[in-house]
Design a protein around this ligand. Structure first.
Ligand code: FAD
Length: 378
């Protein structure tokens, strides 16, 4: 891939930079609710400017921009220190899945409120006994006239407490082989059959939840991609999760690394050979992450959809981000025990990086089998 920007791309980047410096919302307020409202408002402003769904087709409320422009957008947002948009899962995964597999009615109904952040989305895939082996999930959907009644338990459901819609995978045919008996539903979270219980993380936040479903009602029309076809639709969601976020995450790593170098200097570690060595290694890794993100982008542009190579970026990002935050804590020493330092938070949050969106072991299997063509794991 040619990494030089074209004159039009440079023009787009400059316009975006100007807009961001004039419209930057400032630091995010503390507290779950206040932070969420702040990010929702920020997304609304970006959407009014046509930037929330930059690379989505114009007929669905996007700007029809190229994937390179989308990548520039992520880079500039991260560089400016602007907050994340509130509807992370809807934008990165739900919308692209509906665009790829939904019917026109579903596209007309669901896409615009994702962009405007009027309807937040969550992902109901994992269950207490089905995470990596997602196809073994037990949540059952039983047909009831024009609806389905869904009963079961989901877990680790990020943002469920803020969400209107859940991308829910449930078993509609218990007799079929495990990958074939699944359907992909869009479930309205606002109903008596859905109970949401928060789970508190090591960071102190309750970012995710348990979902208890007791005959939750979902219209048949809310199946995406057809009854019994949930597995390929779920794979589309996961591919977008792994590849789609890779670009934004690699930029965040570059920025965090610059902060860390500054901190090492302030702490008088810039002459320490071991620290210098660890920083240099992280810098190399961050560049590899960046170049692989561009490589993934090229593959996506050629194929029209993200592929299994996104697993490499996600796995590598988790390793680099964990190593980065570990070095920050080593430099800070006992001070980190006070827990009021941003790096202490980042270190604790980074523990989840090698689990969320697919564990590193599973991603390694995907890269081995589907990118390198090695024999399947036993
Ligand atoms: C911060 C965070 C947010 C999340 N948000 C969501 C969400 O919004 N929606 C959602 O549905 N899920 C979410 N998850 C769940 C996440 O997708 C699962 O935790 C993950 O897929 C692993 O599943 P598990 O926890 O059941 O672990 P398991 O699958 O039980 O794995 C346990 C261990 O065994 C290893 N292992 C399992 N199978 C194999 C194998 N075949 N080969 C080698 N090693 C193997 C794993 O790598 C892991 O180390 C989130 C998780 C986190 C941490």
């Amino acid at each position: 891939m040619d990494l030089t920007l074209s004159p039009q791309e440079e023009e787009f980047r400059d316009e975006l930079r100007d807009w961001l410096s004039a419209n930057h919302p400032g630091p995010e307020p503390e507290g779950d609710q206040a932070g969420f409202a702040f990010r929702r408002d920020w997304q609304r402003r970006l959407n009014e400017r046509g930037w929330a769904g930059l690379s989505w087709p114009e007929r669905y409320g996007g700007a029809g921009a190229t994937l390179v422009e989308q990548a520039i957008f992520y880079e500039e947002i991260a560089r400016s220190g602007a907050p994340q948009m509130a509807n992370v899962l809807g934008l990165a995964m739900g919308g692209p899945t509906v665009i790829a597999h939904g019917d026109e009615e579903q596209k007309g109904r669901y896409l615009a409120p994702i962009l405007s952040a009027d309807e937040i989305w969550c992902q109901g895939f994992s269950e207490p006994e089905s995470g990596s082996d997602l196809a073994s999930l037990k949540t059952r959907a039983v047909r009831d006239g024009d609806d389905w009644l869904v009963t079961g338990q989901k877990v680790w459901t990020t943002l469920a407490h803020q969400s209107k819609w859940c991308m829910l995978v449930a078993r509609t045919d218990p007799e079929a082989p495990k990958h074939r008996g699944l359907s992909y539903f869009l479930m309205d979270m606002d109903q008596p059959g859905v109970e949401i219980r928060p789970l508190r993380q090591i960071t102190g936040e309750a970012e995710f939840n348990e979902l208890f479903l007791e005959e939750a009602r979902i219209p048949h029309a809310n199946i995406v991609g057809g009854e019994g076809n949930g597995w390929p639709v779920a794979i589309t969601t996961l591919m977008h999760e792994r590849a789609g976020l890779a670009f934004a995450l690699q930029v965040e790593v570059q920025i965090a690394l610059r902060e860390l170098v500054e901190r090492a200097r302030e702490g008088g570690f810039d002459g320490d050979a071991v620290v210098r060595d660890r920083l240099a290694q992280l810098w190399i890794e961050a560049q590899v992450l960046r170049l692989n993100a561009y490589r993934g982008l090229t593959a996506t542009m050629k194929r029209g959809a993200p592929g299994p190579e996104g697993s490499l970026g996600k796995w590598h990002w988790a390793e680099v981000n964990q190593a980065l935050t570990e070095l920050a804590l080593d430099l800070a020493g006992a001070r980190t025990q006070l827990g009021d330092d941003v790096w202490t938070y980042r270190f604790l949050r980074a523990r989840a990086n090698s689990i969320e969106g697919g564990t590193t072991e599973i991603l390694k299997n995907i890269v081995a089998e589907r990118v390198l063509g090695l024999p399947r794991a036993a």
